[in-house]
Design a protein around this ligand. Structure first.
Ligand code: Z5A
Length: 212
């Protein structure tokens, strides 16, 4: 077991920004270089809460907007013990979407403010690095048709992008904006550079608490 903790690294961005592709490449590169690393993703659709979220996203079930927001947050909280255990054991955890997606997506709906949307996630393990994969919603749409899932419309995605921009003004979070319109390998090289430096910095710091 490593004597240093691992880092918590999050990839965020609008639909089709390349988050899943880049999370997989980052974990593979870290493992290849001898650094323990694992991927987690939110929503994690495999738990009982995740199954409910999945049925909502697939439009098989209607849920009140506040209720689904709290379920997305509960899905993160239920996985905190395993996330912390991995990090404490020296594993770098690379997360595909986190609380920032939670706040950005719900606050893009009518009648929701960003502060209310952030509240249920206050105190989650704080990422050592959050990379926002920046690509215009129009460009992202060219990477594949929007599917059948909820939220997959270009008008909604534009509002989500604006909410992410508001979240990125918070200096308490270590945000890095990545130009995700480049080739997959070029994006990966930017991501690996920031990640290696976050892993080194995290080794000497305790795990923080988000938005506290
Ligand atoms: N949601 C929420 O409301 N509240 C929350 O708290 C959370 C989430 C956590 C499902 O999320 C929905 O839940 C999501 C937000 C909401 N709704 N929307 N929209 P999800 O993570 O399960 O979403 P997803 O549909 O699985 O992922 P994604 O965002 O659509 O895609 P991605 O991971 O960013 O992209 P990708 O799968 O890596 O790549 C997409 C395609 O682009 C693929 O064909 C790649 O080969 C291609 N690609 C990737 N990179 C490039 C580059 N650089 N150039 C060209 N082509 C590329």
């Amino acid at each position: 077991m490593s004597c240093h903790r691992g880092a918590l690294i999050v990839l965020e961005g609008v639909d089709k920004a390349g988050k899943t592709t880049q999370c997989k490449k980052l974990v593979a590169a870290l493992q290849h270089s001898g650094r323990p690393a694992e991927v987690m993703r939110f929503p994690d659709r495999t738990t009982s809460i995740g199954l409910l979220i999945n049925s909502y996203l697939q439009k098989d079930r209607e849920l009140e907007d506040h209720a689904i927001h709290l379920l997305f947050s509960a899905n993160r909280w239920e996985l905190v013990p395993s996330m912390k255990k991995k990090i404490e054991q020296g594993v770098t955890v690379v997360v595909d979407r986190y609380a920032f997606s939670g706040a950005a997506f719900t606050s893009a709906k009518q009648g929701f403010c960003l502060d209310w949307c952030k509240t249920p996630d206050v105190g989650l393990p704080k990422p050592d690095l959050v990379m926002f994969l920046k690509v215009s919603p129009a460009e992202a749409a060219l990477r594949g048709q929007f599917g059948e899932e909820r939220y997959e419309t270009s008008v909604f995605q534009k509002t989500v992008q604006q909410r992410f921009e508001q979240l990125m003004k918070d200096p308490s979070v270590n945000w890095k904006v990545i130009d995700a319109s480049k080739q997959i390998q070029d994006v990966h090289e930017d991501i690996i550079g920031h990640s290696l430096s976050a892993i080194t910095t995290a080794q000497s710091q305790p795990i923080g608490e988000l938005w506290k």
